[in-house]
Design a protein. Structure first.
Length: 182
C-alpha cells in the first residue's frame, strides 16, 4: 500500500472515529490495513492527532441550538489543555454554560447566512479564530481556522492529506513518484 493511501486510510478512520463520538476515539488509534502480508502490524496514529481530553468536553444540553458554540468550546478546550495553540492563543478552558451561550450569541452576530436559531459555518469558524487567537484572525489570510468546500470527497481528502504531510515535514523530505514533483 502506498504511503499516501496509508495516510488517507488513517485520516479517514480518524474522522469516522471522531464522528462516532468520544467513546470511540480509541477505535481510531489503531488501523489494520490489508496488505499481502498477513502478519503486518497495525498503523498507529501520531499522538498529535489525538486531541480529545475528557476534562475539556461538555455536551450542549440544555441549549438545543448551541451545537456550534459547544463544538467551538470543546475544540478550544482541547487545544488549550494540550498546550498546542501556539503563539497568540489565549483561550482559558471552560465548561460553563454561560460561556457556551456567549459564544453562540457572538457567532450569530458574525454569521453570513440569515435565519435560524443556531449558527452557520462562518459563525463557528469566526468563533474559533476570535476566542482562540483574537480579532486579528477574523480576516481572510490571517485565519487559523477556515472553512473550505470541494466538488468531490476525493478532492477534500487529497487536500487534507497534503496539508497534514506539509505540516509534519514528511511531504518535503520524501521523494515523489518517479518523474513527478510535489
Amino acid at each position: 500500500m502506498s504511503r499516501i493511501a496509508t495516510v488517507a486510510t488513517l485520516l479517514a478512520a480518524l474522522v469516522l472515529g471522531m464522528a462516532a463520538g468520544p467513546g470511540s476515539a480509541a477505535a481510531a488509534t489503531s488501523i489494520q490495513t490489508s496488505t499481502s502480508s498477513a502478519a503486518s502490524a497495525p498503523i498507529e496514529s501520531p499522538p498529535s492527532l489525538d486531541l480529545f481530553i475528557a476534562s475539556g468536553f461538555r455536551y450542549q444540553d440544555p441549549n438545543m441550538y448551541a451545537c456550534t458554540s459547544t463544538s467551538a468550546m470543546d475544540m478550544l478546550n482541547f487545544i488549550a489543555l494540550a498546550g498546542v495553540g501556539g503563539s497568540g492563543f489565549h483561550w482559558a478552558p471552560s465548561l460553563s454554560g454561560a460561556a457556551r451561550d456567549q459564544i453562540l450569541t457572538w457567532e450569530r452576530t458574525h454569521d453570513t447566512l440569515a435565519g435560524g436559531n443556531g449558527s452557520d459555518p462562518h459563525g463557528i469558524r469566526n468563533a474559533l479564530n476570535y476566542y482562540g487567537w483574537g480579532a486579528g484572525t477574523l480576516r481572510s489570510g490571517y485565519r487559523i481556522y477556515d472553512d473550505v468546500s470541494f466538488w468531490t470527497y476525493d478532492g477534500a481528502v487529497k487536500r487534507a492529506v497534503r496539508r497534514w504531510l506539509r505540516r509534519t515535514s514528511r511531504w518535503r523530505s520524501s521523494p515523489g513518484p518517479a518523474g513527478t514533483s510535489r
